[in-house]
Design a protein around this ligand. Sequence first.
Ligand code: G1P
Length: 889
Amino acid sequence: MSKGCIFTDKDGSFTLNNANGKTGLYFPLASEKGLKSAISPTLNGDLKIDQNSFLLEPASIEDLSERRGGRNFWILRAGHTPWSVTGASVWQMAEGKEETVVNAKIMRHGISRLSSDGDISASVETFIPVDSTEEIHMVTIENTGDKPMTFEFVSAVPIYGRSADNIRDHRHVTSLLTQIYVNQRGVCVKPTLSFDERGHKLNERIYYVEGFDEFGEAPAYFYPEIAGFVGEGGNLEMPMTLLKGETGVKPGFKTAGGEAMGAFGFKACTLEPGESTVYITIVGTAESGDPEKENTLRYKNPSDVEKTLSETESYWASKQNISIHTGDENFDGFMKWVSFQPELRRLFGCSFLPHHDYGRGGKGWRDLWQDCLALLLYDPDSVKELLFNNFKGMRVDGTNATIIGDRPGEFKADRNGIPRVWMDHGVWPLMTTALYLDETDDLEFLMRETEYYRDGLVNRGRKQDRDWDGETLKLLDKEGRVYEGSLLEHLLIENLTALLDVGEHNILALRGADWNDAMDMAPDRGESVAFTHAYVGNLKTLASIMKRLYQKGIREISLLKEIGPLLDISPETEADPSKKREILDRFADSVMPAVSGDRIFADTKKLSETLTDRADRMADFLREQEWTEDSHPRFNGYYDNNGRPLERGKNKPHMTLTGQVFAIMSGVATEDEIKDITLSADALLFDEACGGYRLNTNFDEIKTDMGRMFGFAYGEKENGAVFSHMAVMYGNALFRRRFAKEGYKALYTLYKQSMDFEKSVIYPGIPEYFGKNGRGLYHYLTGAASWYVYTVVTELFGIKGEEGDLAIEPKLLKSIFDKNGKATIKLPFRNRPHEIEFVNESRLEYGEYRIRSVEVPEGFAFENRGDRAIVKYKESMAEETVKVTVVLG
Ligand code: G1P
């Protein structure tokens, strides 16, 4: 019986016994050069650069168990059937006696197994060198028997070598494009054309599998085609060639057409008992190259590979700069993985792992911004330019480009002109920018100027600009020059236009959807109360930014003249949806096809006041109109396409978590309301066996006037699963309002579920959601990770930038401290490593303790306000770790 993943060190390395006893496990590996791998315990999964360049056949989740074509390594011994190091062999599977042990650490995957007769112990270590497009496997074979063992080693990796689209679209025809070459070290494929019926192109890319032994010696024979390798009646888990001992071809062999196989065998090796040997297999691709020549000669022997492995490990270790110590080592290990997940989303986007079998790479607008939350905590300086470039995707009507290019600041035109607007998109940039400002106090950042994106969609996707030339992707002024406005102007436009885009209940129109992508069938009359709260929160943030600017002596900001009417909305206009729409329409018309380029100057103090007043008015309105007082008091979160409230007026109480999260986070919900909400959420949404708070109650209805989510089985994905991202944001919101016990419950249940391997069946980390029977799905690539780290750092440990200083306001519950009453967090702050230790010797609960004393390094100043301490930033801080001890009592 497996005990799940056991951490073996403080860096998150773990071991999982009997990994073959579970289905659907996968692990991510990647390089900074774009190679991305998904690897299962049987080394199934795929490997790719992008949608059009898959080295191994694309693998969706079911393929991990159903498909036979993983990376495989075989041991051939006289008198035995071929033995697979990965266990992917019909003979071993039929016998069912062997166990796969997975040993993994960040960006390094290892498996090991013992043959059922006990004679062979084998392991495969897999990694991708950080600056390469090659996946390397180091296979170690040890003679664990008591007699000398003679064997031949065969590497067998099928080469797919084409676009993922060709899985269904012309799979066979595209196999006819392959040109297969055998060089000294392996097999190389260079398809003649890259297949695309809109216009085939000559192909330059090569795909290869090469290998060498312990002494750097090349293979002795090769099987370059799947058909030849598996033989008639065979398959990749029962290769007839190996069973029958048929010899392959030699270097110099060429053929064309058919599915290629990166398979080759080495000359026989004899190991004495206790002796071991190593074989290297490299699966790679290059944009171009000579297919008849070896591609891996930079590695002469296994020690070259080991050197690269250790460089790669140091590189990724340098990226993991947040670690915690609490009374629960498992939680500390879990956090190692959660903090690495934003890096994985940076590398993978939202595609390319087995559950994420959609998209063509890249990620969406909201993901782009939210992933920066965690990345900002690690390294605000390098994220600064990423943020700056992201602003280039905003349109002057407050919407944004939705097709995000590969390079920072690159946004592509949606040439199909699909006018889909996600009404939540305007919320995220300000949230992320505010974190950057708190961390660094770099208010100057807001004054930097950049362009606006433009394409054929105008007036927030409601109209098409028929005169748009289809090429110009930057907004121009009336003189034809590219118009640039400050980042602050971009943020004001995004939020102020969204706040005018209202429906009949004076709530922001749902449009294409909000954060919940699957609320996508109420474009006419749907409204999102949930995100109206969020925008009210943003008004407050904007107001406080204006105040900070004023306090820093910046009395005026320069803005595009056309923005004027958006800045001051009177109470009468505020109360009238049609007037708001009129102002929005007039504004949208005034900025198209070009802006004036003229400027007005707005008074920061006055703006701060008007924005605050407006936020207060809207908060009152939301509490008045949307608070639902029945058996389970809560906020109504949506209106459907028939204009009816989603969570009110039904025969049983319904609730969405999203509808509560932003009411709490934005400060709209009062303390009493929060108390009620937490009780209602516990009654209607909490399901401990599934990881905590579900996204919604079961509506038992396919609401075609709301969204596709109502078509999903209840408890899956956006229909009532425990959806980690929103559950974490719920925790974050509660923490912000000092409901620490309740906030922690949301985080803790997610952690418990994730790490309960028997139920979640995932490696350490947080998945997108927990579905049927509490299983973790869509592992690794989720916005939940960024929010989890952000919440643990800034709320639970309470480490926040405050105008550039380090504010410490712990909300640590007593259960978090170790047996000595200590809890520690290590993290960078303003580019210096910090270690902050909390001492709670009497083990008091949050709410019972105050900050009694603070110890800082010599020369540092601090201020202790009881519930929070501020350590003043020092320009000349030394390189070494800044150690701070916070004594609670
Ligand atoms: C995913 C998407 C995110 C979307 C969410 C809900 O969440 O990436 O943009 O808001 O589904 O539809 P994630 O997997 O990042 O948690």
